[in-house]
Design a protein around this ligand. Sequence first.
Ligand code: ZN
Length: 229
Amino acid sequence: MTTNIVESINSVLRFARMLPVVHLIDEITNLLLYWFSQRRDLAMKCHSTLCPDLGEKKLRKRLDAASRMNVVKINDVEYNVMDGDLNGLVHLQNRSCTCRKFDLEQLPCKHAIAVCRHLKLNPYSLASSYYTRPTWAAAYAESIYPVPPEGTWVIPENLNNVKILPPLSKVMPGRCKSQRIASKGEASSEKKMLKLMHSLGDAGGMKVRQVKGHARHTEQLNKSLGMTF
Ligand SMILES: [Zn+2]
């Protein structure tokens, strides 16, 4: 998983990027059409108050942890929650806590949930509307339609006469790079494999070597049979 949305889209379109631009746009349209329809169906089937993978799972875990905490009232809006290892000072009106989770995620932290339990409040009411099922469903409510055949397009007269030329660009010598240049400090796939072998220990290393050995053996077998790809 990456936090960079451009990297995620690039990864999904790594093969489609080699297509001519019209086909690339068709691919992107089809991909978005599929994503919207899939997420719309998921949102329709969801029965929880918050999105299952984002808010609901986190909140339920925190509900469990909050049941073992003691709450001390400071004033009408501030409460000190004794957590054992890290106490939290919750400000209900500002929706904040000294652990910073409530402020950053806009989802009640375990301290805020403990306060809700103490005051018999519904902790779901303190979660941001961004986590709710209606917001999730609304984000994918619009339908995406495929582009109709060119013959059926209705183009205004003023746009029909405009001649669009490609932008001026300098073609550099050599083949275009298709792989992303790794950032400084980012491990290469070979380094990642070595890291994985190291983390798995002897048994894991043997498994990786077996997979590599199998690939080599298949290659030799194909060569001896005269099967070249
Ligand atoms: Zn907190």
